[in-house]
Ligand binder design. Structure first.
Ligand SMILES: Cc1ncc(COP(=O)(O)O)c(C=O)c1O
Length: 473
C-alpha cells in the first residue's frame, strides 16, 4: 500500500466532512464500497479510515461501520517544533521535578502527571498470582547474592521479545536492571565522564535530564518533530560541531511528544552513528504500545556495529512497581555488567522470574492487544475533551502509541502556574518547564491519558481548560 495514497484519501474524506457532504453521526461508505468507488485497495481505505479516526474526524462502531464524530471541528493543530539544536547546557535539578514526583503520592489526586500505565488490567492479577505461586514453590530468600546479569530465563524471554522490534540478540549479551532509567544510567556511566557532552531530544523526558545532571554531563538538546521525532538534520549539525560522547533518544512514542522516528529514518540515524562513531542509548520503553497495525522497529534493528544500546522495561506495559528492565549491551557487556555490580551487586530475582513467566505464557501479548486498544480510545476521548474545554488555539500532539500527550498553549500562558492551580485542587499535570534545560516549554504541558476516563477525570480537564481560557481571554 502506498503511504501517500491513503493520506490523500483521508484528506479527501476530511474535506467532504468539513464541507458537509457527510453530516455529524452519518455513516460513511463501507470500506468495500469506497475501495470500489475510488479504485483503491481495501487496505488503503482501512488505513485512511484509521487515520481519520486518529485525527478525530470519525469513529468506528463495532459491527456497524464508520461514522462522522459527534462534534466535528478541525483536529487540533500539532505542537510546533524548532529546527536548531541548543548549545550545551549544564543540567541542573529542578525542585519542580521532585515535587511532580512526590505529588502523585498525595491522598487521592486526579493525576495526569506521571507516565504510569493503567493498573486495572487483568494482567496485574496474573502477576500477583505468579508472585504467590513462585514464592511458594521455589526458594528466593536465603540464597544469597545472585548473578549481576540477571536470570537466564528472563533474559531469554527478553531476547525472544526483541524479535518483534526487529532485533536479534543473544540472551548472554543482555544485562537486566531496575527499570529502563537505571539501564540508561548504567550505559551513561560506561560511555561518558563528567563534563562530557551528550545529545538528547527536546522536549525530553525529565528523568533523562535528571540522570544527565547526576552524571555531571552537559546536554545538547536536539529538536524533535511532534510526529517524526529527533531531527536528523539538527543532530548532524550537532555532531559536526560538538564532541558528543553519546546520544539518548526514546525511539517509539516518545515522552512527552508521543512521536516516533519512522523506520526508514532509523536506518539513516544508524548511518550517522557509524559515520561519527558515536554510540546511541535507545529507550524503547513504549514500543509495544502502538496504535497502528504493527510494532515499529527499534533503532537497534539497523545496528550492525554494536553502537546502539537498547534499554527498556515492563514499567509502561505492565507496572513500574516491578522495577524490571534491561539493556542489550553487546560490545559493552562486560563494562555494563561491572557498573551494575558496583551500583547494586544484582537486582532481586523474584520479579525477574515472574516476568519471565508472564512474557513466556502469551499473557503479555494478550494484555498488549487489550491495552493498545484501550489507550487508543482514551487518547481519542482526551482529544474530544480538550476540543470541548480548551481554547481553540490549543495544540495537542498526535501520538501513534504510548500513554502521554503534549499540549501547547499560547506563549503567554505559564503552565507552571497551571500546575500550581491544579495541585491546589488535587489535579496533577506535568508542566512543560521540566522537559528542557533551556526554558523552552513553559507554555506546554504533558497529560497521561492511560487511566480509564471517569466523570472526575473529565471534570478535571474541564477545570484546567477553563483556567487557560480565563488566562487568554
Ligand atoms: C521515556 C521513559 N523512559 C524511562 C522511564 C522510566 O522507566 P523505568 O520505570 O523502567 O525506569 C520513563 C518513565 O516515565 C519514561 O517515560
Amino acid at each position: 500500500m502506498e503511504d501517500r495514497l491513503y493520506g490523500q484519501l483521508a484528506e479527501k474524506m476530511a474535506g467532504q466532512i468539513r464541507s458537509g457532504v457527510f453530516s455529524v453521526a452519518e455513516r460513511l461508505p463501507s470500506v468495500r464500497l469506497l475501495a470500489k468507488r475510488e479504485g483503491v485497495s481495501i487496505s488503503t481505505v482501512t488505513a485512511a479510515y484509521s487515520l481519520l479516526e486518529e485525527q478525530g474526524w470519525i469513529e468506528a462502531r463495532p459491527k456497524s461501520g464508520y461514522y462522522v464524530r459527534r462534534r466535528v471541528r478541525e483536529p487540533l493543530a500539532t505542537p510546533s517544533t524548532h529546527s536548531m539544536h541548543s548549545p550545551p547546557v549544564i543540567a541542573t535539578t529542578s525542585q519542580l521535578v521532585m515535587d511532580v514526583q512526590r505529588d502523585g503520592f498525595r491522598s487521592h489526586p486526579i493525576s495526569f502527571s506521571r507516565a504510569t500505565p493503567a493498573l486495572d488490567f487483568p494482567i496485574i492479577r496474573h502477576v500477583e498470582q505468579t508472585y504467590t505461586r513462585l514464592s511458594r514453590t521455589s526458594r528466593h530468600m536465603g540464597v544469597g547474592y545472585t548473578t549481576p546479569e540477571g536470570p537466564y530465563a528472563f533474559r531469554q524471554q527478553v531476547a525472544r521479545h526483541a524479535v518483534d522490534a526487529g532485533v536479534t540478540v543473544a540472551p548472554d549479551s543482555i544485562v537486566t536492571s531496575a527499570g529502563s532509567l537505571n539501564a540508561m544510567g548504567l550505559c551513561l556511566q560506561v560511555l561518558t565522564r563528567p563534563g562530557d557532552l551528550v545529545a538528547v531530544e527536546s522536549p525530553c523526558y525529565y528523568g533523562i535530564l535528571q540522570l544527565i545532571e547526576a552524571c555531571g554531563l552537559h546536554a545538547v538538546e536536539i529538536p524533535a518533530h511532534p510526529e517524526t521525532g529527533l531531527s536528523l538534520g539538527a543532530l548532524k549539525l550537532a555532531l559536526e560541531q560538538w564532541p558528543l560522547k553519546a546520544i539518548l533518544t526514546v525511539s517509539n512514542f516518545s515522552n512527552p511528544l508521543g512521536c516516533s522516528i519512522p523506520d526508514e529514518r532509523k536506518q539513516e540515524l544508524v548511518a550517522l552513528l557509524e559515520q561519527y562513531q558515536v554510540p546511541l542509548i535507545e529507550d524503547d520503553i513504549y514500543g509495544d504500545l502502538y496504535f497502528g497495525e504493527r510494532r515499529p522497529r527499534a533503532i537497534k534493528a539497523y545496528d550492525t556495529q554494536g553502537l546502539v544500546l537498547l534499554c527498556s522495561s515492563l514499567s509502561k506495559t505492565i507496572d513500574p512497581q516491578l522495577r524490571v528492565g534491561w539493556v542489550l549491551a553487546e560490545r559493552y557487556y562486560e563494562e555494563i555488567l561491572h557498573r551494575k555490580f558496583v551500583n547494586m551487586l544484582s537486582t532481586p530475582i523474584l520479579p525477574q522470574l515472574v516476568c519471565a513467566e508472564i512474557l513466556g505464557q502469551g499473557i503479555y501479548e494478550r494484555h498488549l492487544r487489550q491495552a493498545r486498544e484501550a489507550y487508543r480510545q482514551r487518547y481519542l476521548r482526551l482529544v474530544d475533551l480538550v476540543s470541548e474545554h480548551f481554547p481553540s488555539r490549543t495544540k495537542i500532539s498526535r501520538p501513534q502509541g504510548g500513554i502521554v500527550a503534549w499540549l501547547e498553549l499560547p506563549r503567554r500562558v505559564d503552565t507552571t502556574e497551571l500546575y500550581h492551580y491544579g495541585r491546589e485542587r488535587d489535579v496533577l499535570i506535568a508542566p512543560g518547564e521540566i522537559f528542557s534545560l533551556n526554558k523552552q516549554y513553559h507554555h506546554c504541558f504533558r497529560l497521561n491519558y492511560a487511566p480509564r476516563w471517569t466523570p472526575e477525570r473529565e471534570d478535571a480537564i474541564r477545570k484546567l481548560g477553563q483556567w487557560v481560557a480565563e488566562r487568554i481571554a
